[in-house]
Design a protein around this ligand. Structure first.
Ligand SMILES: [Zn+2]
Length: 265
């Protein structure tokens, strides 16, 4: 009985494989192959050769000396704080007035341009280039000032149109170069294209400022330009933007620009 079963199974397998063969033959007979025609000038795409690379750096690792954070617009946020005490200030008219500070970056954002927070790219580039060249930290003491903080810092009339109100001015010193600001200025002057001239008109600094088409550099000595944002004992440097190449326009103060920023509360 077993023998008959085995023979039946073998017969079935044989018939299956025979059927498969005939199907395959039928397919082969009906197979249509379209020739791929290439022109003489045709080329094959070659795969790029991959080279081993280091992992890309995060934004805060990039740029300056490796141990220093990259300066971004975040470094320019208003340094006001509602923890700062009220104080009496003297206006240009000789009146004393009570000054209150703003709530800082918790209260408002940076100036807006086309709906986005904006700091002139030239300032960010220059400060990162300085860190890269000197391999030490640039300490920003004053970037953007909202109108309230600007008055709190310095209520004088001349300061009410400061470019700090537009985030188009920055005050800073450099660690390790606190008492050598001229060396820092020299690095700045050498890093820029275009000749610099000296500003001959009277200003609030004893060192004649340097300027070109794009920026204006002032050096404040240790007894000059002291205000609430610059309460440190060092000389410091300020850079103002005169012409914004990205937008192709002069950077000038206006009340509207100074008051255009997000309010958070
Ligand atoms: Zn503010």
């Amino acid at each position: 009985m077993m023998k008959w079963c085995n023979l039946l199974m073998i017969g079935l397998l044989f018939s299956c494989s025979k059927e498969q063969q005939s199907v395959r033959r039928l397919k082969d007979d009906n197979l249509l192959v379209e020739n791929i025609l290439r022109k003489e000038s045709s080329k094959r795409y070659s795969l790029p050769i991959f080279e081993e690379q280091d992992a890309p750096k995060f934004p805060w690792e990039r740029g300056a000396a490796d141990h220093l954070p990259l300066i971004t617009k975040e470094f320019f946020r208003c340094r006001g704080s509602d923890m700062n005490p009220k104080r009496m200030g003297l206006s240009d008219l000789g009146d004393t007035e009570e000054l209150c500070d703003c709530g800082g970056f918790l209260e408002h954002g940076l100036p807006l341009h086309e709906g986005k927070e904006w700091v002139p790219p030239i300032l960010i580039e220059l400060l990162n280039d300085l860190q890269e060249s000197l391999k030490v930290r640039v300490v920003i003491t004053s970037g953007h000032r909202c109108p309230k903080h600007n008055s709190y810092v310095d209520p004088s009339k001349a300061n009410q149109t400061s470019k700090h109100l537009l985030a188009a001015e920055v005050s800073f010193y450099v660690e390790g170069y606190e008492w050598k600001p001229q060396e820092v200025v020299n690095v700045l002057l050498n890093s820029q294209e275009g000749p610099f001239s000296r500003w001959e008109r009277e200003t609030n600094v004893s060192t004649k400022p340097w300027y070109n088409e794009e920026i204006f550099i002032k050096l404040f000595r240790a007894d000059e330009g002291r205000n609430f944002d610059n309460r440190h004992p060092y000389p410091y440097i300020s850079i103002q933007v005169r012409f914004d190449k990205e937008r192709g326009e002069r950077v000038t103060y206006s009340w509207e620009k100074a008051n255009r920023h997000y309010l958070r509360k």
